[in-house]
Ligand binder design. Structure first.
Ligand code: XLS
Ligand code: CA
Ligand code: CA
Length: 438
């Protein structure tokens, strides 16, 4: 197999003064931060769909990039060329993981039996490529949103036939994930929602989704899948309302249906902002519920109301993300660049620039977040803010042993209430800027 990205060398760390566009300025895999190598803090993954499949088509225009890799698109030869390109790409960047949907890795056939045969063939090829490298699968998933059969949903469909196809795809995608040693399995419910309540039985649809997830857990465990299942919340797009709206909603759903022991969250930055939250809000809500699993590392655009899946360049955001991740003790999953080049960035070099940008943005975010933790001022402020609860009564409240009468009696004793103290927001924002910019 011949080299595909012929004009691109292996990307090296050259330090922040480097102006080489094909070098890392902050991502230094072996540098130790808070006792762990950068590469362990930041298990980066390549998203098969954006990097190897998507070529710039949008609602108004066709492909701008050539991702045929010298073959005819829609053939198994093309599928294999994508594997070759993907492995060369990951190796040149030092990326250790990839994520995939079933239909990213092969052209889907009319008949699911033929689709599954092609999936077996291509995953044999991927396995072969994995040998002799340290590249692994981060997570797999089934695409249950592109095929027209899923127009009314997959787990939430009105059609039992479609439900069976969704089940068959999940079964196969789980088998492939196990075959490729995947650490996780994702459910992103792109079509699990509704356009109008006039034609929708929400309760039935949610019960059916939960039932399918339960079957997935049972089957996954029976074939040796020991990793985490993930829900990837998103409030809308393509549906007007998606059931897995945000982390809090998804966690409530998992608890309601007894799925919370097997599932965690895969939090995507762009989905958080679409839900009207910050990225770090979604990470914090997941973490405090013991459900911070993996991250889809990208960013949206505050001027656009849709899922732009941009490569992350905002260091303030990546710092806040890494602050949450470090505080949570790290991820069990990784950082998947679910991101695509802008449509006019259509060369092979642009693919590398995008990943270098994303990896450097998170590396710098990690460095700054660690400095913020070592600085300690934010932590100290928060601890002190709640210090009034550090007393016998506070402990009683925490143990759930306090009564309203008891607290009301104390209020009555006091008569008037003291000021709770300043939140000092502007001061703390200045602390963050001091740590970030000196
Ligand atoms: C789409 C989602 C999707 C999931 C995997 O918005 O981000 O790509 O990550 O199905
Ligand atoms: Ca997205
Ligand atoms: Ca995603």
């Amino acid at each position: 197999m011949s080299e595909i990205f012929t004009n691109i060398p292996k990307i090296q760390y050259e330090g922040k003064s480097s102006k080489n566009p094909l070098a890392f300025r902050y991502y230094d895999a072996d540098r130790v931060i808070l006792g762990k190598k950068m590469s362990e803090h930041l298990p980066f993954a390549m998203a098969w769909w954006h990097n190897l499949c998507a070529a710039g088509t949008d609602m108004f225009g066709r492909d701008t990039a050539d991702k045929s890799f010298g073959t005819e698109k829609g053939t198994m030869e093309h599928a294999k060329a994508k594997v070759d390109a993907g492995f060369e790409f990951m190796q040149k960047l030092g990326i250790k993981y990839f994520c995939f949907h079933d239909v990213d890795i092969i052209p889907e056939a009319e008949d699911i039996n033929e689709t599954n045969r092609r999936l077996d063939e291509i995953t044999d090829y991927i396995l072969e490529k994995m040998q002799g490298t340290d590249i692994k699968c981060l997570w797999g998933t089934a695409n249950m949103f592109s095929n027209p059969r899923f127009m009314n949903g997959a787990g939430s469909t009105n059609s039992l036939d479609v439900y069976c196809f969704a089940a068959a795809q999940i079964k196969k995608a789980l088998e492939l994930t196990v075959k490729l040693g995947g650490k996780g399995y994702v459910f992103w419910g792109g079509r699990e929602g509704y356009e109008t309540l006039l034609n929708t039985d929400v309760k039935l649809e949610q019960e059916h989704i939960a039932a399918l997830m339960k079957m997935a857990v049972t089957y996954g465990r029976s074939i040796g899948f020991t990793g985490d299942f993930y829900i990837e919340p998103k409030p809308k797009e393509p549906m007007k309302h998606q059931y897995d709206f945000d982390a809090a909603t998804a966690i409530g759903f998992l608890r309601q249906y007894g799925l919370d022991k097997d599932f965690k969250m895969n939090i995507e930055a762009n989905h958080a902002t679409l839900a009207g939250h910050t990225f770090r809000h979604e990470l914090r809500i997941s973490a405090i519920n013991g459900m911070l699993g993996s991250i889809d590392a990208n960013q949206g655009d505050y001027l656009l109301g849709w899922d732009t899946d941009e490569f992350p360049y905002d260091v303030y955001e990546s710092t806040m993300c890494m602050y949450e991740v470090l505080k949570a003790g790290g991820l069990t999953g990784g950082f998947n660049f679910d991101a695509k080049n802008r449509r006019p960035s259509n060369t092979y070099e642009d693919m590398f620039h995008a990943y270098i940008l994303g990896m450097d943005t998170f590396a710098l975010g990690l460095i700054k977040a660690a400095e913020m933790i070592e600085d300690g001022e934010l932590d100290a402020f928060v601890a002190n803010k709640y210090a009034s609860f550090n007393c016998e009564l506070g402990e009683k409240i925490a143990r759930g042993e306090c009564t309203l009468e008891e607290l009301a009696a104390r209020a009555a004793d006091m008569g008037t209430c003291a000021n709770p103290g300043s939140g000092r927001q502007e001061y703390l924002e200045g602390v963050v800027n001091r740590v970030m910019f000196g």
